[in-house]
Design a binder for this molecule. Structure first.
Ligand SMILES: C[S@@+](CC[C@H](N)C(=O)[O-])C[C@H]1O[C@@H](n2cnc3c(N)ncnc32)[C@H](O)[C@@H]1O
Length: 254
């Protein structure tokens, strides 16, 4: 947990994601997520009007388990996707990884509180070098994690490596919509509502300015599907959720 007083973070500013190198981006992401876990779940629910819960549920209901009966949740954060999947599929085991130890702490408490400690384990690990053998999982999920990874193709290739043939990847990610009304609404949300709420509730408001910036610069759906194809996924599908502000991308390892 961040030990600096909140005042130190009040004036914090992060550079735009377009103007920095990969290492600086990764360092910034590590710092941001190490300073927000205490309010992370609360702000997620508030800022998405609880839609984030519905989006993760939509993803876990599409998962199928047929060989290893194991799910990997990459960039698990506070373990919401891991917990939802374990509750939805009582016969599976789930591993969640995240490279920020502070994010995993609330997740461990939630898992213990729900009596899921035997079925979900959380590890501190980097998505760019997953500590698992090839073909270990029937499904890999990543919710709101991939836009924080500068090398998205590399992250997708790692996820593909650990899937069994026929296994599927489920990528949930926010998206800047094309439709004019949705764009207007979403711009208002990103530029006004989100910074105002984050400034009031969060100990690190700059972290939420980074959030807006990272959503604005995430590739459009067709471009992201192209990356999934380059990473070796086939039978690609995209589901647009809530006016298209979030997408679920699904791909299969042949
Ligand atoms: C917006 S949070 C999403 C957390 C969770 N999946 C959810 O649905 O709320 C993004 C997470 O990605 C993690 N992350 C970013 N880059 C990572 C990497 N290279 N390896 C592992 N975790 C990473 C961050 O530490 C953070 O916990």
């Amino acid at each position: 947990m961040d030990t600096r007083p909140r005042e130190d973070l009040r004036d914090k500013a992060y550079p735009p994601v377009t103007g920095i190198g990969r290492d600086e981006h990764v360092g910034m992401v590590r710092e941001i997520f190490a300073t927000i876990p205490g309010r992370y779940d609360f702000l997620n629910r508030l800022l998405s009007l609880r839609r984030d819960v519905a989006w993760r549920r939509f993803a876990v209901r599409k998962m199928r388990f047929f060989d290893t009966f194991r799910l990997l949740d990459v960039a698990t954060g506070t373990a919401d996707l891991a917990i939802d999947a374990a509750l939805c599929h009582p016969d599976i085991r789930v591993t969640g990884i995240d490279f920020v130890r502070e994010m995993l702490l609330p997740g461990r408490l939630k898992i213990a509180g729900r009596g899921l400690g035997e079925r979900i384990r959380l590890l501190q690990a980097d998505a760019m070098a997953l500590p698992f053998a090839d073909r270990s999982f029937d499904a890999v999920g990543i919710a709101f994690g991939i836009r924080n990874m500068p090398d998205r193709r590399g992250a997708l290739r790692e996820m593909r490596r650990v899937l069994v043939p026929g296994g599927r990847v489920f990528v949930l990610e926010m998206n800047f919509p094309r439709n004019r009304f949705s764009r207007w609404f979403f711009r208002l949300y990103l530029n006004r509502l989100l910074p105002a709420a984050a400034g009031f509730f969060s100990g690190n408001p700059a972290a939420y300015r980074y959030l807006s910036d990272s959503i604005l610069h995430f590739p459009q759906p067709q471009a992201f599907l192209g990356m999934m194809e380059e990473a070796g996924f086939r039978d690609l599908k995209r589901h647009a959720l809530t006016l298209g502000i979030t997408c679920l991308y699904v791909g299969t390892r042949e």
